[in-house]
Design a protein around this ligand. Structure first.
Ligand SMILES: O=C(O)CCC(=O)C(=O)O
Length: 250
């Protein structure tokens, strides 16, 4: 695909109006299979050597309601970061089909800020309504755009992303639910405006760091894996290099 074709398909105005934008798959079937195999490899590696990779692992049991934990004791919810463990995921973070739309939205070149692999295997936990900058990135710039690339078909049954269009406008810093440092107070979330964004494997959603988003429990028998890359304008530099943990040697 030529550079012109890639950037021409990006509706920048719509992104800034709605706070998100979906995009067609950029990978071949073979590439998508390679990404799923790489996800399986990392999952196996980190499950087998959970102590060593402890700093990268979020466990499902720490995020599921009590009645939903049976059988999920050793299931990984998220691995973060992965680009230093996986040359393949590091390479895809630089893929033109991802970097160019993000650059088109910012209007300038971009640098990778964060990368993670969200597994959401069957029975996988919800992500309550949150804003990424407010919960997680306050120590950094808020000029951040995330690209979520599904490795599996995602719909309401396996917990596709849901968003509230326009909720990023004005960069609101909504208050947390009492007792949480992640979830936004439900009084500030108009769920009647929520829009599920079902996508096929390989398709992508780009979104702003203030956009309210959510995903439900995976109630299906199929995984809903996603590789997630976040970018900042390159002129700010590599602002989050400290995210790579020293793995424990046992
Ligand atoms: O994987 C998901 O469904 C949501 C992920 C998300 O919002 C996050 O990691 O901040």
């Amino acid at each position: 695909m030529s550079e012109q074709t890639l950037t021409a398909t990006v509706d920048v105005e719509r992104f800034w109006r709605d706070g998100y934008l979906t995009a067609p798959a950029i990978f071949s079937t073979g590439q998508l299979e390679a990404l799923r195999a790489e996800s399986d490899r990392l999952l196996h590696l980190c499950t087998e050597q959970a102590q060593r990779y402890a700093r990268r692992i979020e466990w499902e049991v720490d995020h599921l309601a009590e009645g939903e934990r049976a059988g999920m004791e050793r299931v990984i919810r998220k691995l973060e970061p992965v680009s230093d463990l996986s040359p393949l995921f590091a390479d895809f973070a630089r893929h033109r089909g991802i970097v160019e739309p993000v650059s088109a939205i910012f209007g300038e070149p971009v640098e990778l800020f964060e990368d993670k692999l969200n597994l959401k295997l069957p029975g996988g936990s919800p992500y309550p309504w949150h804003q990424d900058w407010v919960c997680c990135w306050r120590a950094h710039t808020d000029q951040l755009i995330t690209c979520f690339i599904y490795l599996d078909d995602a719909d309401a049954s396996n917990g596709c992303l849901q968003v509230i269009p326009g909720s990023h406008i004005g960069k609101p810093r909504l208050p947390f639910k009492p007792g949480s440092r992640f979830e936004i107070d439900p009084a500030y979330v108009d769920t009647s405006k929520a829009v599920p964004v079902p996508l096929r494997a390989g398709e992508m959603i780009f979104f702003d760091a203030y956009l309210l988003h959510y995903s439900d429990l995976n109630r299906s028998r199929t995984p809903r894996r996603a590789i997630i890359y976040t970018y900042n304008p390159a002129r700010l530099g590599k602002v989050n290099e400290g995210r790579f943990p020293a793995d424990l040697s046992l």
